[in-house]
Design a protein around this ligand. Structure first.
Ligand SMILES: NC(=O)C1=CN([C@@H]2O[C@H](COP(=O)(O)OP(=O)(O)OC[C@H]3O[C@@H](n4cnc5c(N)ncnc54)[C@H](O)[C@@H]3O)[C@@H](O)[C@H]2O)C=CC1
Ligand SMILES: CCCCCC(=O)CC\C=C/C=C\C=C\[C@@H](O)[C@@H](O)CCCC(=O)O
Length: 257
């Protein structure tokens, strides 16, 4: 799938991994709607991207992924402005074990909400032209991160949703591929804030340090390349792609007998 002229929407686009995904899409000729709750960071980023890639290539909208109304508005504005919607990067997420319901709401409930609303626009069965959805999961969706049980649960949920919805899309003829990217530790604001976000399990930060020493830390650019592969490789659907420094692996799951 060539990206030139394709139209993408990225949630949590103002910072970190979402910002790197946005830049990767623009570098390859796509137009991008940036969505984020952080209006200042989003507007500033859009202004600098417009200088680099041209005025007509980006659109920023303040959008909280917990709001169905704001997501619908953002998709309608994208289609009105750019003429369609081919790619969704379902990326916004938080890590805050002391606010477990908020974490489930943003990291799992909203990922499902945004994907379902995007499928209404993108599915060939409802007048869309097909495309691809990338859900940002985590290595914590593949194995336990003991300091963060709630975060771990949400990311396992994102991977389960991706695999099942990818299969459902293929079986139904939506024409939309759905994949999950599963990075290990990535140097972003979310990662820097961890010690203050573990709540009652803050004494387990030592375990995080051990895992960080074992797996290393990625830059956001090191996530952008495998992300690009998941977007463009038309053979990939329902996949979970693990990314840690010097290792990129499509995960195989045990089958039932
Ligand atoms: N940093 C890491 O080590 C890893 C992060 N991830 C995942 O990557 C995704 C992005 O995380 P980072 O870039 O690290 O975080 P970040 O904190 O640097 O960026 C997240 C962005 O999402 C936005 N956001 C938060 N809540 C939102 C909401 N309700 N609606 C719309 N936007 C919202 C924030 O304003 C921010 O701009 C998350 O889903 C995270 O769980 C996955 C694996 C590793
Ligand atoms: C505490 C920092 C969280 C930062 C945000 C993240 O999403 C980073 C996730 C990083 C690491 C996660 C988990 C480690 C899991 C291990 O238990 C292990 O079982 C994973 C094995 C993966 C595999 O090789 O299949």
């Amino acid at each position: 799938m060539a990206l030139n002229g394709k139209i993408a929407v990225v949630t949590g686009a103002a910072n970190g991994i979402g910002k790197a995904m946005t830049e990767k899409l623009l570098q390859n000729g796509a137009k991008v709607t940036l969505l984020d709750v952080n209006e200042t960071a989003g507007k500033n980023l859009m202004e600098s991207l417009q200088k680099e890639y041209g005025q007509e290539k980006t659109l920023f909208m303040k959008c909280d992924v917990e709001s169905e109304e704001q997501i619908k508005d953002a998709f309608h504005k994208t289609i009105e402005t750019f003429g369609g919607m081919d790619i969704l990067c379902n990326n916004a997420g938080i890590l805050d074990e002391s606010q477990w319901e908020k974490t489930v709401s943003i990291n799992l409930v909203a990922v499902i909400r945004v994907a379902n609303l995007a499928l209404e626009q993108m599915s060939k069965l409802s007048g869309g032209r097909g495309g691809v959805i990338i859900n940002t999961a985590s290595m914590a969706g593949l194995g336990p991160l003991p300091s963060c049980p709630v975060y771990t649960a949400t990311k396992h949920g994102v991977i389960g949703f991706t695999r099942a919805m990818g299969a459902a899309s293929a079986a139904s003829g939506y024409g939309v591929r759905i994949n999950a990217i599963c990075p290990g530790f990535v140097q972003t604001d979310l990662f820097s804030r961890i010690p203050s976000k573990l709540g009652k399990l803050s004494h387990l930060d030592d375990l995080n340090q051990q895992l960080i020493e074992k797996f290393g830390i990625l830059t956001v650019s090191e996530v952008a390349d495998p992300f690009f592969e998941l977007v463009t490789d038309e053979t990939k659907n329902g996949e979970a792609l693990l990314v840690v420094p010097s290792r990129k692996q499509y995960v195989t799951f045990p089958g039932l007998p």
